[in-house]
Design a protein around this ligand. Structure first.
Ligand code: UD1
Ligand code: CA
Length: 463
C-alpha cells in the first residue's frame, strides 16, 4: 500500500464520534459498543492509522473520558460540547486543523468497517480529478435510513438529501451516502461555516457540503462503490448484531484459511484478535473473548468459553471448559469438562480432567488435578504455587483460602509435605493415586485438611 505522501498531499483524518447514539438506547457512547470484542472506533482507527496520516482527530462528546482509553496517544481528541449535527462535529475539529491545506478525510465513527482499499481509491480520485470534494456513494443494498445522493444529468453530484428530508421521488434513489468524504483542507473551514440548520432535524448537516461546493463552482467527484457491507452504519442494536454477523463470518473464514478446522463454523464466535495456529480443531459452540492465542495442534472441544488465555501446542480443552484472563497452558495440557481456570499457569502435560476451579496458581508439569479441589483461591497478594510434578511440595501458599466440599483426588507423582496447621477452613475426604507419596498415610488418614493462612496442604491423622 502506498504511504500517504504518495498522494502528493499531506493527509488529516477526522472521525466523528460525538453522537450518543440515541437509537442504541444506551448510556455507552455508540462508538464504544463492541463488535467481535473490539469497540467500533477501534476497527476504524486501525484502518485509518494504516494510512499514516499527519493527524487523526477524533470528535468526542463532552464526556471525553469515555473515549480517551479507546484512542491511540497519537490521535487528537476534539470535543463537540453540544451535539448539533455532523457539520457541527467537523467544526469542532477545525481548531486542530489550523493552516492545514492537505487532504482531509472525514469518516463516521459508527461506520467502522470501511476498507483501506476504499480510502485509497477515494484519495486517489480526488488527487487525479483535482476535485475540491470527493465523496463515496454506494449503489448496493438497502438505502433506507441513509442520505440519498442526487446526481445531475451529467452524472455529477448535485446534493445529498437526508432520509428524513427526502420527497417521495428522492426516496426512490438507490444511490446512498456512506458518510465518507475527502475535502480540500484549504476550503473545509469556510464551507463548514456556511452550513445552516434549515432541515427536518434542525441540525448542521455535513451532507450540505456538495451543495455548498456546487454553489462555489468547485469541482466535485463521486466514487461509486458496489459492495454495501463495508459501509454499513450502526445506529441500532439490530445493526450492531448484523455487523457482528458479518465480521464473524470474515474471522471464521480467515481462521480456516490459516489452517484451523472449525467443525461447525457458524457456532464459533471469535474475537478480533484471536490468534489460531495450524491444525487447531475447534468444536461447535465455542466462544472466544479478547486476548486468546492458540498454538498449533491444540483441540478445543465443544461448549468452551475462552478469553485472555494462551493455549500451548497440543493442548486439549473441554468440552464445557472456561478459561479466563491470565491463563497460560503449556504444551499438551488437558483441561476437561466443568473446569474453570483464571490467572494460572499450568505446566506441560498437566491435567485437570473435571469439575475444578484453578485460580491464581502455578501447577507443575504432569500434575493431575482431580475433581472438586480448588487448589488456589488467593485472598491476599501472594499467589499460590501448586507443583505436583516431582518430589516438590504440593502447595506452598500464603494467604490462601481454599473452600470445597467434594472429594479431593491427588494425582500420581505427588509429594505432599505432611504438615498441618491450625485454623482449619475445610475438611474433605481424600483419595490418593497409588503412586503418590501420600499413599503411605492412607490407612491412617481419612481426612485431609487445609489450613488458613496456610503454609502447605497438610494431612490430619485419623484419631
Ligand atoms: C449520517 C449522514 C447520512 C449517511 C449516514 C451514513 C448526516 C447529516 N447524515 O447519518 O447522510 O447516510 O451518516 O452512515 O451527516 N456525530 C457527531 N456529532 C453530532 C452528530 C453525529 O459526532 O452532533 C457522529 C456520530 O457519533 C456518528 C456520525 O457522526 O458516528 C454519524 O451520525 P449519525 O447521527 O449516526 O448520522 P446518520 O443519521 O447515520
Ligand atoms: Ca449513523
Amino acid at each position: 500500500m502506498p504511504p500517504s505522501s504518495f498522494y502528493g498531499q499531506s493527509l488529516a483524518c477526522i472521525i466523528l464520534a460525538a453522537g450518543m447514539g440515541t437509537r442504541m438506547v444506551s448510556r455507552l457512547p455508540k462508538v464504544l459498543h463492541p463488535v467481535a470484542g473490539r469497540p467500533l472506533i477501534g476497527w476504524l482507527l486501525e484502518t485509518v492509522q494504516d494510512l499514516s496520516p499527519e493527524k487523526i482527530i477524533v470528535v468526542s462528546g463532552p464526556d471525553k473520558t469515555a473515549l480517551e482509553s479507546a484512542i491511540p496517544p497519537s490521535a487528537i481528541l476534539a470535543v463537540q460540547s453540544d451535539r448539533k449535527g455532523t457539520g457541527d462535529a467537523v467544526r469542532s475539529a477545525l481548531p486542530d486543523l489550523k493552516d492545514f491545506s492537505g487532504d482531509v478525510l472525514i469518516l463516521m465513527g459508527d461506520a467502522p468497517f470501511i476498507s483501506r482499499e476504499t480510502l485509497d481509491r477515494l484519495l486517489t480520485l480526488r488527487r487525479k480529478t483535482g476535485a475540491a470534494l470527493a465523496v463515496a456513494a454506494v449503489e448496493d443494498g438497502d438505502p433506507s435510513g441513509y442520505g440519498r445522493m442526487i446526481l445531475d444529468a451529467g452524472g455529477f453530484l448535485n446534493r445529498i438529501v437526508e432520509d428524513k428530508d427526502c420527497t417521495p421521488e428522492e426516496k426512490k434513489t438507490r444511490l446512498w451516502n456512506p458518510g465518507l468524504y475527502c475535502v480540500d483542507g484549504a476550503r473545509l473551514g469556510e464551507w463548514i461555516g456556511r452550513i445552516d440548520t434549515a432541515n427536518a432535524q434542525g441540525e448542521y448537516y455535513l451532507t450540505d457540503l456538495p451543495k455548498i461546493a456546487s454553489a462555489d463552482n468547485a469541482k466535485t467527484a463521486v466514487l461509486i462503490c458496489d459492495k454495501a457491507d463495508e459501509f454499513t452504519g450502526i445506529n441500532t442494536r439490530e445493526h450492531l448484531a448484523r455487523a457482528e454477523k458479518t465480521i464473524q463470518k470474515k474471522l471464521r473464514r480467515s481462521a480456516m484459511a490459516g489452517g484451523a478446522t472449525l467443525v461447525d463454523p457458524k457456532t464459533v464466535y471469535l474475537s478480533w484478535d484471536t490468534k489460531i495456529g495450524q491444525d487447531v480443531t475447534i468444536g461447535p459452540h465455542v466462544v472466544f473473548g479478547p486476548g486468546v492465542e492458540i498454538a498449533d495442534g491444540a483441540e478445543i472441544l465443544p461448549f468452551c468459553h475462552i478469553e485472555g488465555a494462551k493455549i500451548g501446542p497440543g493442548a486439549r480443552i473441554g468440552p464445557f471448559a472456561r478459561l479466563r484472563r491470565g491463563t497460560v497452558l503449556e504444551d499438551d495440557v488437558h483441561i476437561g469438562n466443568f473446569v474453570e481456570v483464571k490467572n494460572a499457569t499450568i505446566g506441560a502435560g498437566a491435567k485437570a480432567g473435571h469439575l475444578t476451579y484453578i485460580g491464581d496458581a502455578q501447577i507443575g508439569a504432569r500434575s493431575n488435578i482431580g475433581a472438586g479441589p480448588s487448589p488456589a483461591i488467593t485472598t491476599g497478594s501472594t499467589s499460590t504455587t501448586v507443583s505436583t510434578s516431582t518430589k516438590r511440595p504440593l502447595a506452598r501458599a500464603a494467604n490462601v483460602c481454599v473452600a470445597f466440599s467434594s472429594d479431593l483426588a491427588i494425582g500420581a507423582e505427588t509429594h505432599c509435605r505432611p504438615e498441618c496447621d491450625s485454623s482449619l477452613v475445610a475438611t474433605v475426604s481424600a483419595t490418593y493415586s497409588a503412586t503418590n507419596n501420600l499413599a503411605e498415610h492412607t490407612e491412617r488418614c481419612t481426612s485431609f485438611s487445609i489450613s488458613f493462612p496456610m503454609q502447605s496442604f497438610g494431612h490430619q491423622d485419623h484419631p
